[in-house]
Design a protein around this ligand. Structure first.
Ligand code: 5GP
Ligand code: MG
Length: 181
């Protein structure tokens, strides 16, 4: 698996330092308020796990499923399901946590879905942000790193379902795209 990586963009240590910083920002912003962290599956599972363990305040955890990528690297049709139950949404402050904010389609859609289902507030926290790719006006309230327009994998991010378990973020070698798409 490591052989398929061309360059490492963020090493494990740097990632955890970045998450420490953002966890501090999130903690200060929610201190004294009840809230629920809503991880967007599958990509956010690793980030959400590291983030919440650095927030020493009361919080609840929920997940929602969103998928827009097929086997390639371009966004396809967005599929959203497995919403938390009504009582986990209605009147609650929610913090959507995702691996990467790209076109903005996923976060834009999830924010309006959760608002329509009665959430009191919907904010967002993303591990990576690719502002140059935005197709919809959407800005995250919290983000760890800004990245260039480059397809990355690792730390929860996949290519064709693989590489989520890499502990760092990297770019794939070109041969990997051509052999698997
Ligand atoms: P958006 O809806 O903002 O266009 O895209 C969000 C989703 O697209 C992310 O949750 C992620 O699954 C996928 N995505 C966007 N850019 C990348 C990337 O560089 N690498 C990987 N592995 N997935 C990406
Ligand atoms: Mg995703």
């Amino acid at each position: 698996m490591h052989d398929d990586i061309k360059t490492v963009l963020y090493a494990e240590e740097e990632i955890l330092q970045g998450i420490d910083r953002v966890a501090g920002e999130v903690t200060e912003s929610y201190r004294g308020h009840d809230f629920t962290v809503v991880g967007v599956l599958k990509g956010s599972c690793i980030f959400a796990a590291d983030l919440i363990r650095r927030m020493p305040i009361p919080l609840e955890l929920a997940f929602v499923y969103a998928s827009s990528y097929g086997a390639g690297t371009e966004s396809g049709e967005l599929e959203v399901n497995f919403f938390p139950s009504e009582h986990e949404i209605e009147g609650r402050r929610l913090l959507l946590v995702d691996d990467i904010l790209d076109s903005g389609q996923t976060m834009h859609r999830l924010k309006s879905e959760f608002e329509a289902r009665g959430a009191a507030e919907v904010k967002s926290c993303v591990f990576l942000d690719k502002p140059s790719r935005r197709a919809l006006p959407f800005e995250a309230d919290f983000r760890v790193f800004e990245v260039q327009n480059l397809f990355v994998v690792g730390y929860g991010l996949d290519f064709a379902g693989r590489y989520r378990n890499l502990p760092y973020v990297g770019a794939l070698r070109e041969e990997v795209f051509t052999s698997k798409v």
